[in-house]
Design a protein around this ligand. Structure first.
Ligand SMILES: C[S@@+](CC[C@H](N)C(=O)[O-])C[C@H]1O[C@@H](n2cnc3c(N)ncnc32)[C@H](O)[C@@H]1O
Length: 193
């Protein structure tokens, strides 16, 4: 792919910033909504749970997660892009005001969550941007025993064999790893009880 195009796509979607990032955020909010909804479904959230949303982008999945764990649940979103954090905060303003949701700087590799504090972690369309061994390790650290991880990603954005996701999750300690190599690729994995 030509370098200029790669840079433009990165500014819109990979590490959203500036005008391209704002346009990318609007496109993702519209185009990935059903994928975000399906990921929330795979996580089988219930009221009162604590959910970590990794690389939330414009925040569609965070709002859906907040509805799913209400009442008494809590949603933490981490994303390295200040622009995406601002767009997500705008979208989720009512949940932030009620204290049920927070948006924090962070990444898969460095979620800054406490050990064993999360019931479910969800990542949609960002696993290709991680340092994956570090990302899987940090998510495993923050999940409570018995907690689960859901990763979904458009197959065409992966530049590695999708089966590697299972190998890398297992190497980090996840068990009962279920991988579906369709469009999108979906992984559900558990921290040992
Ligand atoms: C393609 S967007 C996906 C956003 C949203 N989940 C969706 O599917 O519409 C990728 C997002 O991942 C974030 N990101 C980039 N590197 C990351 C990392 N190492 N860990 C977590 N998120 C990352 C970006 O800032 C961006 O918001």
């Amino acid at each position: 792919m030509p370098t200029l195009l790669r840079r433009a796509l990165d500014a819109a979607f990979g590490h959203p910033r500036g005008v391209a990032g704002r346009m990318g955020g609007s496109i993702m909010a519209f185009g990935n909504r059903e994928q975000e909804r399906a990921a929330i479904g795979l996580a089988a959230l219930s009221s009162g749970e604590v959910v970590l949303i990794i690389g939330h982008g414009p925040g569609v999945g965070m709002a859906l997660a907040a509805e799913a764990v209400s009442p008494n649940g809590h949603v933490i979103g981490v994303d390295p892009s200040p622009l995406m954090r601002a767009m997500a905060a705008e979208r989720c303003v009512q949940w932030i005001r009620s204290g049920d949701l927070e948006v924090r700087p962070g990444s898969a590799e460095n979620t800054s969550c406490a050990n064993e504090s999360i019931d479910a972690a969800i990542s949609v369309n960002n696993v290709m941007l991680w340092d994956r061994p570090a990302g899987f390790a940090d998510i495993h650290r923050v999940l409570r025993p018995g907690g689960r991880l859901v990763v979904t990603v458009h197959r065409h954005v992966l530049d590695f064999r999708p089966a590697r996701l299972r190998e890398e999750a297992e190497a980090a300690g996840f068990v009962n790893v279920r991988l579906s190599i369709g469009q999108p690729v979906e992984l559900v994995a558990w921290r040992l009880q």
